[in-house]
Ligand binder design. Structure first.
Ligand SMILES: [Zn+2]
Length: 213
């Protein structure tokens, strides 16, 4: 790899995550904390414990994904009957009532997209852990996409709760959020934080090391 592709880390530099000042990384820092000469914020060449944090948050999200799908998302009581709907039974309800577009939106936002985010993050984590040098550009794209979707993730929660609730607004009904709602929100938040904890520069560090050997 040519010199102009060298990372700041390789060149002994570090960028402050608080004020973005570029400064020299001290030669003998060891495990000692390094501070920004301008704003005093702690400097890190890479996000600290990126892989461990990302794994921990991702596993939390995957665990919460189970009750989010198994437990009722909405509890509707109308005319003396109480019915509890899971995300999937909401999807099935819309399919049967002919609103396949709404069924598709709920399925995509609450089942498919979170699942794809899990797969993307697992793939990125494993590729870094097994020091893969394959397709670093594509993996960076996958990361960018995961983060981009993450920014809109809070919408998932609204989409699902509002749409499932909308079903029964036609009739006189009382709708409350079921226990799955809190788990679903946890999935969204934990996945978002997991994506934020992952440092995509780790992908390129391995590629760079490989080229220097
Ligand atoms: Zn600073």
């Amino acid at each position: 790899m040519s010199e102009n592709h060298s990372s700041a880390k390789k060149m002994g530099l570090v960028s402050c995550s608080d004020c973005h000042l570029l400064s020299r990384w001290p030669k003998v820092s060891g495990s000692q904390a390094v501070y920004c000469p301008r704003c005093g914020g702690e400097l890190h060449q890479r996000k600290p414990n990126s892989l461990t944090r990302t794994w921990a948050l991702l596993i939390t999200a995957i665990i919460c994904y189970i009750p989010a799908n198994v437990l009722p998302m909405t509890i509707t009581s109308a005319l003396g009957t109480v019915s509890a709907d899971t995300i999937m039974s909401g999807v099935v309800y819309f399919l049967h009532s002919g609103s396949w577009e709404i069924a598709l939106v709920i399925f995509t936002a609450s089942i498919f997209v979170p699942f794809m985010k899990f797969i993307a993050l697992i793939y990125l984590l494993l590729s870094v852990q097994f020091k893969s040098i394959k397709r670093p550009k594509d993996r960076t794209r996958i990361y960018q996409l995961t983060e981009l979707i993450g920014r809109w993730s809070m919408l998932d929660v609204y989409v699902v709760t509002i749409l499932i609730a909308l079903v029964k607004l036609g009739i006189l009904a009382e709708i409350t959020a079921g226990p799955a709602a809190i788990y679903f929100a946890s999935v969204v938040v934990a996945t978002m934080l997991a994506a934020m904890s992952f440092d995509p520069r780790l992908i390129w560090d391995i590629v760079e090391d490989e080229n220097h050997e």
